[in-house]
Design a protein around this ligand. Sequence first.
Ligand code: ATP
Length: 336
Amino acid sequence: MIEFQQITKRYDQRKEPFFALNQVSLSIPDGSITGILGQSGAGKSTLLRLINGLVRPTSGKVLIDGQEIQQLKDAQLRPIRHQMSMIFQHFNLFATKTVYQNIAIALQAVGVPKDQHQKRITKVLNEVGLPHKIDSYPSQLSGGEKQRVGIARALITEPKYLLCDEITSALDPKSAKEILELLRRIHQERKLTIVFITHQIEAVMALCQEVILMEEGAVIHRSSTLDLFLHIDNPTTATYLKAVIYDVQIEHDNVYQLIYVGKILQEDSILSHMIRTFHVDVNIIHAKVLLIGEEHLGYLYLQIIGDKQSQAITYLREQGILVHALENQRFLEKKS
Ligand SMILES: Nc1ncnc2c1ncn2[C@@H]1O[C@H](COP(=O)(O)OP(=O)(O)OP(=O)(O)O)[C@@H](O)[C@H]1O
């Protein structure tokens, strides 16, 4: 398990001391895929580099499997570092070395004898779908292929922790999706712990079970990724949500936002039952289904009109649907 206890990181290079992290406490359980989401400068990379000791905290403790890493001597820290691998946004491959040689460097670093290299490298390249590129140079690979090599190099030492630093940010959407699918498969097969930092909410939705939202060096939200979308509790979360569901302008009265988990509105006849039973009229203003991991999360904006409107809403809530009444924004603008 990775634990941060009241971590502060201050940089003194500027005119005034600058806090990249301020009193951050959190834990990342073994076997999880945790997304650390935040805008540029939020402190994500600093947090990631504290895990493998590349950055030292100004105050507070970083514990890996219960061991406080700042207290350890180099020789004690080495085996812990060997349990960790990092994957980078810009791949960090040596341009003058082949794919084989790039991966072999990681094996040499942990002292694996040379006669074992060929077998292990061939195996890991099969795992990432690149066996045919073993003798290619980075310049002969696409961005997605380079990142697969980065992943292969990270996996070759069989780490317990995989630290991913914006690894899809430099890729086109199709390659990014493939890399996220690959990571999901690797996680299922190898049961390792993945810490995934990103500014892309879509990547968190596709990959991460848990999400930690950072802003200006602090953790402002932590929940399952599904809960991030179910319970919008601050303006930053709302902004991320708007990026994926579209900023709906409400220009009518009696409009409700319905949020539901699973395919209930597609498979059950909840809406038609509501319309028939309570004699209400319904206009669909906007509808969107998000895929979060393998779970469907539906957003439906409905205008519901009729004398039994409130009973209809109660019925929807009884079916497990979150229902929020929305204000007519045009009306609000006129008022203000
Ligand atoms: N070595 C350093 N010296 C001074 N300031 C630093 C140093 N490293 C990071 N910072 C500052 O700390 C803040 C947090 O940086 P960090 O790289 O952790 O953020 P981030 O969320 O990963 O952003 P990005 O996605 O842009 O990398 C930034 O304002 C950055 O300028």
